[in-house]
Structures are given as C-alpha cells and as structure tokens.
Design a protein around this ligand. Structure first.
Ligand code: V07
Length: 254
C-alpha cells in the first residue's frame, strides 16, 4: 500500500500536474513572493537583479495557475512598508509593473486573464499608475484567471479604511451597528468580489504574515518553503497544491 507520508521522492519526480485532484483545486491562491534580495546577494548581484528575476517567475506562475484552473491569484508585489527601502531600489521596483505589463499584457489578454490590483494607488508614480490602469481596463471583460496584484498594500491599513467607511455610514445614518456582519466587512475590503484565499504560499523560509490579508486568511491553509522566489519552479507550485489537497482530504476523513 502506498504510504502518502513517505511520498517525497514521488513528489520530486512528478514534473506534470497529472496527479492533482481535479475536484479539489484551490480557487484562490495568495503568494508572498519573498527572497529576491537574498537570491541576488547569494549570487553577488545587486538586489534589483533579484527583483527582476522574480518578475520572470511571476510570468511563469501565472501561466501555470491558468493551466491548473486556479480562478484567483493574489501576488504580494509591494507592501506599504517597502517604501522604507533605499530610494534607488524603490524606484526600480516601481518600474516593474510597467515592464511586466509591456511584455506580458498581450499574452494575458490572449489567455483571458483579468488584471486587478489592491492597495493605495495614490502614491504610485504616474507612469506606473497609467500602465496599471490600462491593463485593468483592457482586461476588464476577461472571464479567466483573476490576477490580483497587491501593490502598496497593507492589511492593517485596509482594515483601518474599512472601519472609517463604516463609521461614516453610521454617522450619516445610512447604517446601524447591528447591521455589521462578517459579510458586510468582507464587502468593504480591497478583495471585494474575490473569495477568501484557500491557500497562502510564502517563499524564502520566513514564517510570518508581514501584514498580508489579515482578515481574508482566517481559514486559509498555509504553505511555507525555503525556496527563494526567483528559484520557485512549477514543481514547487504543484507541491504546494498537493499538500493543500492532502490536508483537505484528511479533514474530510474525520
Ligand atoms: C514586482 C517581481 C516579483 C517578486 C516580488 C518583488 C518584485 C510584477 C509586478 C506587477 C505589479 C502590478 C501589475 C503588474 C505587474 C510587480 C512590483 C514588484 C512592485 F499590474 N512583479 N512585480 N510589481 N516584483
């Protein structure tokens, strides 16, 4: 009998996704793409070289997610804390959305991907904002994978804004405290219209949330890997989804 607790070699040699349980594909996957700076440092390269390499991995993961039938993919591209990094690095990072979209928008379009972002857009450079708005607009009628970039996003900031909005509605008499439900809160977050993530992936060995989707991941499965984001391969992605599926199967059995 196959013992699924000793299936490491099996996982390693499985390059395709033939053995994914097609009836239990996570609908929404969120990823904290960490380890780009460390990847570069290990290679004696400037940090920005890691960010650029990380961007190529985004292209690949989006393709794979689409292939697998994931419906929603949220990627943590830039946090509200990232502004504290050296000015040159921030400048480079802020050019990546443009560079990514310039290259990938035609393919995203072809693959029916719908681009959206969450986070405070007011601080983004004009060119970055323009590129994003164009991509969101041009893909707005697409019905395939929703590709959601968290850009200048912070979980606590999102919650503060939600509470302010509810407070204003109450002050104006449009809402009563008794009307506040979990659903009402969910509908006033930046993930409005998206289901909560089923699976959260974080690369690079750090075991923390770093202010990411604090409300939305209440029931998500977490999968952490030592692999640095620029080294993240299809096999790693498949492994994460398989782990998710194993955990779900165990639930069902109890
Ligand atoms: C960024 C590459 C991935 C690793 C993590 C940090 C560096 C893609 C985007 C992006 C964002 C919005 C959008 C289209 C693409 C991006 C930043 C950094 C700031 F509409 N990758 N990537 N944005 N990195």
């Amino acid at each position: 009998m196959v013992n699924r607790f000793f299936s490491h070699t099996e996982l390693k040699t499985d390059k395709g996704n033939t053995r994914l349980d097609q009836d239990n594909i996570p609908s929404h996957i969120a990823i904290i793409m960490d380890g780009n700076g460390r990847w570069a440092k290990n290679k004696g390269l400037p940090r920005v070289a890691g960010h650029y390499e990380g961007m190529k991995v985004v292209t690949n993961v989006v393709k794979k997610a689409n292939e697998i039938g994931i419906k929603f993919l949220t990627l943590y591209a830039f946090s509200t804390e990232n502004w504290k990094r050296p000015e040159k690095e921030v400048e480079f990072l802020m050019k990546l959305p443009e560079r990514f979209l310039e290259k990938e928008l035609p393919d995203l379009q072809k693959n029916n991907v719908k681009v959206r972002t969450m986070g405070d857009r007011s601080l983004l450079p004009a060119n970055t904002l323009r590129a994003i708005e164009k991509a969101v607009k041009e893909t707005s009628d697409n019905t395939g994978l929703v590709l959601n970039f968290a850009l200048n996003y912070g979980g606590r900031h999102e919650l503060v804004e939600m509470v302010k909005e509810i407070g204003e509605d109450i002050a104006e008499g449009d809402l009563r405290p008794g009307d506040i439900t979990e659903n009402l809160i969910s509908e006033r977050l930046l993930t409005q219209g998206l289901p909560d993530p089923d699976l959260l992936i974080r690369t690079s060995g750090e075991i923390r949330l770093s202010n990411f989707m604090l409300w939305q991941i209440a029931y998500s499965e977490f999968w952490f890997t030592e692999v640095l984001w620029p080294d993240f391969k299809d096999e790693n992605f498949i492994e994460a989804i398989k782990k998710y599926q194993q955990r779900k199967r165990r639930y069902g059995g109890v």
